[in-house]
Design a protein around this ligand. Sequence first.
Ligand SMILES: *[C@@H]1O[C@H](CO)[C@@H](O)[C@H](O)[C@H]1NC(C)=O
Ligand SMILES: *[C@@H]1O[C@H](CO)[C@@H](O)[C@H](O)[C@H]1NC(C)=O
Ligand SMILES: *[C@@H]1O[C@H](CO)[C@@H](O)[C@H](O)[C@H]1NC(C)=O
Ligand SMILES: *[C@@H]1O[C@H](CO)[C@@H](O)[C@H](O)[C@H]1NC(C)=O
Length: 422
Amino acid sequence: MSGLFVICSAMVVWGATAATYCTEQILNIESFPGDSVGIPCRFVYTKSIGLVSDVEIAWKAGPHHYCGNEINNKSRNYTAPRYQGRLSVMGDPRTGNVALTLMNVTAADGVNYCCRILLRLPDGTTRQWQSASGTKLTIRGPSEMTVHQPPLIPALAGDTVTIPCHFYTNDKVSVADVQWGYGSYSACATATYGTTGLHGNNLEGQSTQLGAGLASIQIHQVKRSDSGWYCCKLRVTGDGKSYSRERNIGTYLFVKDRTSELNIRQPNEVTFSSSATISCSFSLPPGNDPLWLKVYWMFGNPNEGFAYHPDPEFIHPIYKGKTRLVGQSDLYLEGVDGMDNSSFYCRVAMRLCKATDPYRVDILIEEGAGTLLRVNDISSNWILYVIITLRCVAICILIPCGILGYVKLRGLIHKTSNKQRK
Ligand SMILES: *[C@@H]1O[C@H](CO)[C@@H](O)[C@H](O)[C@H]1NC(C)=O
Ligand SMILES: *[C@@H]1O[C@H](CO)[C@@H](O)[C@H](O)[C@H]1NC(C)=O
Ligand SMILES: *[C@@H]1O[C@H](CO)[C@@H](O)[C@H](O)[C@H]1NC(C)=O
Ligand SMILES: *[C@@H]1O[C@H](CO)[C@@H](O)[C@H](O)[C@H]1NC(C)=O
């Protein structure tokens, strides 16, 4: 009995220490010479550290793991000579969300960038940590192509997931051949989808928006076993030149079965007539400090797509520009025309501070039971409006008239009595 207790408490302690500090950086960013590049860095530390008097950030750059020398350290006002005048640091370190911006990048800037975090405690001691691989910045030549995919897409089993692949060249693209690869590691190996046909019955490629440099893939009814890396491979022709990219770091798709740890609460049904706010609340699991937390709203039955997503690219066309969050998680719908009998599902995803290895993702994603939106049809209430209007007319016209008449009558009586006295 006591032996079991020791094992359990040891596991708890181990869990707590393993999750004391976390950092997340995007694995790869591509750009052209002369561009401005933003390199974000998120971090979190557990409350068990106690009071922290200051949070400081330094940026390091180099070709290897753990990057190299410091290129910026704000607390000692240092910027490496080759970055002077074109480097800026953004964000308040206390929020755990900072970024480095490099302006006018050149081929020589194509190295790894790591953010290093330093906590100063009131007793004079410090705690420091950083991401191991940082962000690899790749500078493509002016006659090459850059490719961008979102680093991570969290999803629930049953979702239809769209993974975008953006590409840019300095020419106008006329033809593109897109293939998608899949693998357990980044830079995916096996081909799963090509222009010649489907290699899986739930995959659908979309490369219709070629002018905009977008070639997405859609995966229907995702299952947990669809989790993994998805990379687009491109062969593009424009103005007689051809561009190709065989290897690409890709997007990590993380699919989870439905759970209910977050206790997401939203009303079963709401009735509105012009615009609507649907409330949503949830509880964070105790002892977990998320690296980031995102709120989405899905719509449809079953889920057809995003009515709200923090990245507007993912919002379904019918809701684009019409939705926003109020507070942390309530959905505001601007204009509810044609939305009668639609269901909206509040969805919360967070990256937990358990694994910072980019190949091991610790994500919690859950969805509420849904809110049915009822639109109150104004035309069926016209009789009510007529009655209210008539009452208003009565109040606004009849009462002042009555008062006026009364005042006039009194004035007349007064005049007559005056005359009589004379
Ligand atoms: C910034 O420089 C100071 C002085 O060299 C050093 O003590 C500190 O660790 C550096 N900051 C970070 C976050 O590495
Ligand atoms: C850095 O610069 C600020 C203002 O420019 C100054 O107050 C501060 O003392 C400087 N710090 C160091 C370590 O030189
Ligand atoms: C960008 O860098 C190049 C090469 O270092 C330089 O010639 C050019 O003037 C810079 N442009 C700006 C806007 O700073
Ligand atoms: C509302 O939607 C449900 C499911 O989509 C459907 O079964 C029902 O008939 C609809 N009701 C009305 C009044 O449109």
